[in-house]
Design a protein around this ligand. Structure first.
Ligand code: NIG
Ligand code: FE
Length: 411
């Protein structure tokens, strides 16, 4: 199957060379081809160019993109799409003055979601999760990472990861699975941290590896959750099974977790609402991608990741949704990109780079996703007619997407 898209007003993120990520001042540059065509063949991008070189229509399906923008589908490198029920009561409790921490301390938060998940069947969990996956695909996401972490028991974590595996099998979108057993301490292990980490290391990880259910390992490295030392033990255990780390860190406090993640060669460090000069130094010249989650900051009213400071220091940055029932019940990457522009003062070029090529890097998909490059997956967003791509973050409340193509198929 082939699709020829013609008369594209602006074809964004065209990269001929095998560039894997963009950092610092490079992020201000978004390569654009004007008056362009693009050809997909089967599931990949087969060619592109300016209209003076446009191939014959032949056997292709033809899409006329006059006045429209085409860009690579979003790469959302941090989500918790698999969960049971919701936490709308906690949302109202926060409106009425409680903080995220206060809600967690009285048994809400992650433990609330874990209770619901363990009461939900695997089939029901799959049905609830697939509806969210379909929604984000419609919103232009073409690759997604999904975490476990609401089981917190051997069976619960396996249930979540089996649901993710089933989603991988049933949908054309690229999915990476991350094991997040170290998301919170279950109540019975509140005073016995070593006991719970032993359970993760000695029982959960071997069972997960046996069924080949995870690509990465994660931990919530935070005051009141997993200490830096505990997080290091999790990263080391993951390494034994070939699982690179992607770590929740610096969401509420800076406790030197970022340096530990860099030391363990983590693929990404995520959240980073609170960032110190030492954290920035630790990230310099490393292969670890910092990931910001601005719609989490928006939803629970916490600081935004200091993007300008990080880019000025030469660091790369990726953007992701954090789609989860507690801190970000939204998987809309368009809103993430707009929020990064509005609240983090990223330019549209920087934000689009962060949501495509750098997002692909942050989930190990940079070879196949995140840019318009021959041979990469044909994962494309075709917009409605736009005056320019600035309209994407500018009209932050509108859905300007007309068509989404994932692996060469219209969604
Ligand atoms: O990324 N911070 C840790 N984990 C999730 C939220 C978990 C929850 O509240 O359910 C996050 O924000
Ligand atoms: Fe998260």
């Amino acid at each position: 199957m082939a699709i020829l898209i013609k008369n594209i007003k602006e074809l964004l993120q065209v990269r001929e060379n095998g560039i894997t990520k963009v950092s610092g001042s490079e992020m201000a540059h978004l390569p654009v081809l004007k008056d362009a065509w693009l050809l997909t063949k089967d599931n990949v991008i087969a060619g592109y160019g300016t209209m003076d070189t446009c191939p014959e229509d032949a056997d292709n399906e033809v899409i006329d993109a006059t006045d429209k923008t085409v860009l690579p589908a979003w790469c959302d490198s941090h989500t918790h799409i698999v969960y049971a029920g919701n936490r709308e009561q906690e949302f109202v409790d926060r409106i009425n003055g409680l903080s995220y921490e206060e809600i967690a301390n009285r048994g809400g938060g992650i433990l609330n979601s874990a209770k619901r998940l363990n009461e939900t069947t695997e089939d029901d969990l799959y049905e609830q999760s697939k509806a969210r996956l379909e929604e984000v695909m419609q919103l232009g996401t073409g690759a997604v990472e999904i975490k476990s972490g609401y089981g917190l028991t051997v069976e619960g974590e396996l249930k979540m990861l089996r649901v993710i595996k089933r989603l991988k099998q049933e949908y054309p979108i690229a999915i990476k699975a991350t094991f997040l057993g170290a998301h919170a301490f279950p109540t019975q292990y509140k005073e016995n941290h070593t006991g719970y980490i032993d359970l993760i290391v000695n029982e959960m990880l071997p069972a997960i590896a046996k069924e080949n259910l995870a690509d990465y390992i994660d931990a919530f490295c935070e005051t009141g959750y997993f200490s830096v030392e505990e997080t290091e033990r999790i990263m080391e255990a993951g390494k034994q099974y070939g699982l690179k780390a992607k770590i929740h860190v610096n969401q509420f406090t800076a406790i030197d977790g970022i340096a530990a993640c860099v030391k363990h060669n983590a693929l990404s460090v995520d959240h980073l609402e609170i960032v110190t000069d030492e954290d920035i130094e630790a990230l310099k010249n490393s292969d670890t991608m910092p990931v910001a989650l601005p719609t989490c900051s928006f939803f629970i009213s916490i600081p935004y990741t200091p993007a300008r400071k990080m880019l000025n220091a030469g660091l790369p940055l990726a953007l992701a949704t954090d789609f989860n029932p507690g801190t970000t019940p939204s998987g809309n990457m368009n809103l993430v990109v707009a929020t990064a522009c509005i609240k983090m003062k990223m330019t549209p070029e920087e934000a689009i780079n962060a949501g495509t090529i750098n997002g692909a890097y942050a989930m190990g998909l940079t070879e196949t996703h995140g840019s318009i490059t021959i041979g990469k997956q044909a994962n494309l967003i075709i917009t409605q007619p736009l005056t320019s791509y600035y309209q994407l973050p500018y009209a932050f409340g509108s859905n300007l997407i007309e068509n989404v193509i994932i692996s060469g198929r219209k969604i």
